[in-house]
Every structure is written in C-alpha cells, then in structure tokens.
Design a protein around this ligand. Structure first.
Ligand code: SAM
Length: 259
C-alpha cells in the first residue's frame, strides 16, 4: 500500500510516518509513503494557495490551480478535461478528507486497506474549490460530525486506522477480537500485577482454562456493547451477524435488564 498525502503542511504527516509500528512497516517495505507540498505548485512567487470565495463570506478557500497542479504531477487526470488518447492505467483512489464526506468506520478502513494506493487530499481554511472535488476526487470521507481546522489530522486518523489492517503489518490474531469485529466491542483486559490496590484480576483469566476464558470474554464483549453501544447490537442483529451463542447471551442479558 502506498499513501500519498497532499497538504500545505506535510511535515505534520512526515513525522507520523517516521515513528512506531508505522515507521517500522515503512522500513520493512510493507508500506510506502510520499508527501506532496501543495505550496510547491503555487503559481506566484509568494506561493499563494488561498483566496477569498466568490460570492463573499468569511474565510479563505484553497485555490484550484495549486491543488490541480499537485495532482497532475502525480499523473492524476482531471475527469472533466477532454479525454486524451493514452493507455489507461489503474488510477489510485483520490480521497478528500472533509466534514461533508461519508462517515469513516472500521468497515470502511478494512476496504481502504486493500487498495494499492490512496491519495489523501488535506484541506485547510474553508476547504477546497469545488472544481477540484468535481474533477479529481473519488470520495469524500469525514472522520466525524465536527469541524476540524485541518485535513491533516483527519488524514492521520484514516492512515492510522488503515495501515494496521494492511497484510503483514501486525499479527492477524491482534485484529481478531478487537472492538467492532463481529459487531461487538472488545472485552476488558488486564496485565500484571494480579492485585492493583483493591482490585484483583478476574479469577477466570488466571485459571488457564481456555474455553472458560473464551466464554467469559464473549459475555463481557456483549455486556459492554449492550451498555455502551446498543446501536451496534441492533445493527448486528439486523445484519444477522451473531451466532447462536451470542444471541442467547444477548437475550439473557436483556432479560436481566441490560441494554
Ligand atoms: N468550511 C468547511 C465546512 O463547513 O464544511 C470546513 C473546512 S475545515 C475548517 C478545513 C479542513 O479541515 C477541511 O477542508 C477538511 O479537509 C478538514 N476537516 C474538517 N473537519 C473534518 C472532518 N470532520 N472530517 C474530515 N476532514 C475534516
């Protein structure tokens, strides 16, 4: 997977790619990263990339030309330009991080992790000139119903949620019973010491009995999801996601007053 990030502040993203598991995955050749500074494609000597919106209104807008030129430098065609007779090559997916986009979810992250390349477009100011969205963007993605001041933070969220799902970056077992897998949140976890203040690690986890541990964890996942995210349980039920064991525990817990 290659992440290509277009930004007015690529240093923000560069630092993230240098560290931790992500940095190691890049060094191991499992991921590639390139950043493009949109300012390098400005047309004037002051490197201007923003201007006032037509029709008036507060704030500035990112100008179409520098962004379009930055995308063209990556070989991304403007779909509104007259077609040129060239051999079509697979085009990477161009994503604009935007509060107007479709909400980002774990399911979406899984799908994007299978792409060969993602081109992430980070907005600033009041966002992008609409002609860039119309001409180049395949998809707008929002990381939540709130307005950030920058697309870089949103791009980092998307990168962080997707890179760990790319094959071989982390061990598949770590992803198996995570929150959202199978429509449930994760079970509570404990590490040493066995006794922390007044609180002891649940006995079953010390028992070494794998089947009892599995059952305890499943019950805890369901309890937690019913308490914190009953919407996920409803969605899972509607999608027929749960096996008989899970359904039985849901009924039991509901009868006892949970969710
Ligand atoms: N004027 C825009 C609006 O009202 O929808 C908000 C622009 S915001 C101040 C600047 C940039 O931050 C956007 O262009 C986008 O790239 C990014 N951004 C803000 N909120 C976001 C969100 N919830 N998800 C993804 N990106 C976001």
């Amino acid at each position: 997977m290659t992440y290509t990030v277009l930004s007015l502040f690529p240093e923000l993203i560069d630092a993230f790619f240098a560290l931790s598991i992500l940095g190691k995955a890049v060094n191991r050749g499992l991921l590639r990263y390139r950043s493009v500074n949109i300012r390098d494609f400005a047309l004037d000597k002051h490197k201007t990339c923003d201007d006032a919106p037509y029709g008036g209104g507060a704030g500035m807008l990112m100008m179409a030309e520098p962004v379009g030129r930055a995308l063209a430098s990556l070989g991304i065609p403007n779909r509104l330009d007259p077609p040129v007779a060239a051999v079509p090559k697979p085009k990477p997916r161009v994503i604009y991080l935007s509060p107007s986009g479709r909400p980002f979810t774990q399911e979406k992250a899984k799908g994007l992790a299978e792409e060969a390349e993602l081109i992430l477009l980070c907005g600033r100011y009041e966002g992008l000139d609409q002609r860039i969205i119309d001409g180049y963007v395949d998809e707008e993605i929002s990381i939540g119903d709130y307005v950030l001041s920058s697309g870089e933070v949103a791009a980092l969220v998307l990168i962080d949620a997707t890179y760990r799902l790319v094959e071989a970056v982390i061990t598949p077992a770590s992803l198996e019973e995570e929150s959202f897998s199978g429509g449930l949140l994760e079970y509570p976890q404990y590490t040493r010491p066995e006794q922390y203040g007044m609180l002891k690690v649940p006995e079953v986890l010390l028992s070494g009995h794998h089947e009892n541990i599995r059952q305890w964890r499943l019950r805890k996942r369901i309890e937690k999801t019913l308490a914190l995210r009953p919407d996920l349980i409803h969605q899972g039920e509607e999608a027929g996601l749960f096996d008989r064991e899970t359904r039985t525990i849901i009924v039991e817990l509901r009868n006892s007053g949970a969710g």
